[in-house]
Structure formats: structure tokens, C-alpha cells
Unconditional design. Sequence first.
Length: 348
Amino acid sequence: MDQTKLCGTQSLHFQRPAYILSAASVAGKKEAEGPLGKKFDMVDEQDNLFGAKTWEEAESNMQKEACILAIGKAGLKPEKIRYLFGGDLLRQGIATSMGVEALQIPMFGLYGACSTSGEALALAAMSVSAGYGDSMLAVTSSHFGSAEKEFRFPLGYASQRPLSAHWTVTGSGAFVVGTDPGNVKISGITVGKIVDYGLKDSQNMGACMAPAAADTIVRNLKDFGRTAEDYDRIITGDLGSIGQSILFDLAAEKGYDLLQKHLDCGMLIFDSETQDTHAGGSGCGCAAVTLASYLLPKIESGEWKRILFVPTGALMSTVSFNEGASVPGIAHGIVIEHCRKEAAGWTI
């Protein structure tokens, strides 16, 4: 029996669902002080070093803890995980490779910038649905200290951030995706394309990523023959307030009104008025920890029946930025559904 149906030009519908069996979130001090602070599984309320001596090592420790928590919640041991799909923002993906080394799970290292959680979940779901294993692990992370040091300025430089800038989330989210039936399933995906409008401002990533988000959302609706009303929420990763406004305009140009359905993880995780985060949160960990701590519980309980989760990434490097290249964007769409059989009015 075919396990996967090709939908349109970029999407897949899984005839054999991939279930999100567990999720775990690890976050830093500033994140713990935000609106979602009490929902995280683990926080460092001291110095964001998570027992390490460097920001990079701290990020690896976050990934390791998130993986261990997610695996434990699923009632599994690391050796029962067939493959691990993970990535981060740092050169050569060192936060992931050094973080998950001790688990000794066969791994695929990914780079999708802030869209990495979507890329990892998509590949994990594809692998489960195709029968390549009963359990997969998807994980990603970001850290304010390590990201600022790599992409912008040393923290001690005390440079002034423009209002369009984002605050990189210190956090890691991990997800076990498997075949055992549960209350949350990934029923389909829309793999994003690279979209580049020629913007070069790395301090306005919302504007750089919004075109890719609009492209993927519209493509998902067309490929699945749906409207925005077919989703309880359409949730982007980290467009922030500026990127959200651009997304609404771009979608409206194509005939889609997202105003009543859209949420953004970068706007959910921080209180912009009290936490001085300007446009909102960003980083691989932004969408991941928000999904694990806030979004999935709403799906699991049946409060939301179907969402489109769209992590967004700005595909730049220190080299490309210093050479004056534009900042292309990418976004991946993950269709996540509630699948409790007794849910009123819902067909599985």
C-alpha cells in the first residue's frame, strides 16, 4: 500500500501517519521570564550556561537535555531511536554534533537556519511514514550568546540594536516521532523553496523571511486544496511584528487573508513591551520550544484540531553577509492534527 501521496508541487500527505510521541523544551532565563516561562520543561534561571564554561558548550548541553527529556517522555531508550535529525545556527553544526554525541544515535546534521525544526520534523515524519524506523528524533537549538558572537557583535561591544532586530532565543526543542498511535500526528508537509527578495539587512530578518513564509503557506493551501479556514491556526517561526505585517500583505496579494488565523512564535515567546526584544524572538530554538511547550498541548487536548506550523529561516552566513550578499529565506510547512477518536466532529 502506498504510504505517501504526492500533493501538488511541493507537498506530501502521509497515508501512514507519523505521530509526535513526545516533546521537550529547555530554555534560558529571559525566556523563563516571558509569557511561556512556566510551560518549559527545564530552564536555567542563573546565567544561561547550563553548567558549561562557554556559550557553545551551553547550547550543546541544552540539546542533550532536551533529547534525554523527550526520549524519556516517550518511554524509550536512545538505542530505540533509529535516526536523529538535528541542527543549529553555528558553524559546522557543532552545538548538535557535540550535544548528541553521548546518545550514540545515528544522525543527520541539518542546516535550515531558524527553519531547522520544520526541516527536522519533516524528515523524521517522512522516514517514519516510509517505514524506515519506528522512532525518530528531531532536535534543534539556538543560544543568544553563541549566535550574537557568530553573526553579529561580541556581547561586550554593547552595540545599539535597531527596532527591527530580533532577540535570539536561548532554547532547545526535541521531538520523538514514531509509529505508535497518539493524540498528535503529522499528516502532511510542504517543503519550502528558497525565496530571495534581495534584502541585505541582517538586523531585519522578519522582512527577509516573510516572502518565504508567504510562499510556503500559499503553496500548502493550493497543494492540499484548502483555505486558511481549514486550520485553527497558521503559525510561523520567527517573523516578529515586522515580518508578520509583510506576510499579511504578501498573502493578501495572492488572495489569502491570514489576519484571523496567524500566530508567530517570535511574538508569543517574549513580551515585547516589558522584555525589550524589539521585533520579537528568533533562532532555531524559538519555533522549537514554542511548539513543544505551548502549541502541541493545544493539539493534544483537542482545543485545536489542525494547525500549519511554518518555521522560517534566514539563510545567511558570516561570509555571505560580509561580502554584501542578500539574505534569502526558506520556510517549511508541517501539518499537525489532533487525532483522538472521540473528538467531536473530527474525522481521522
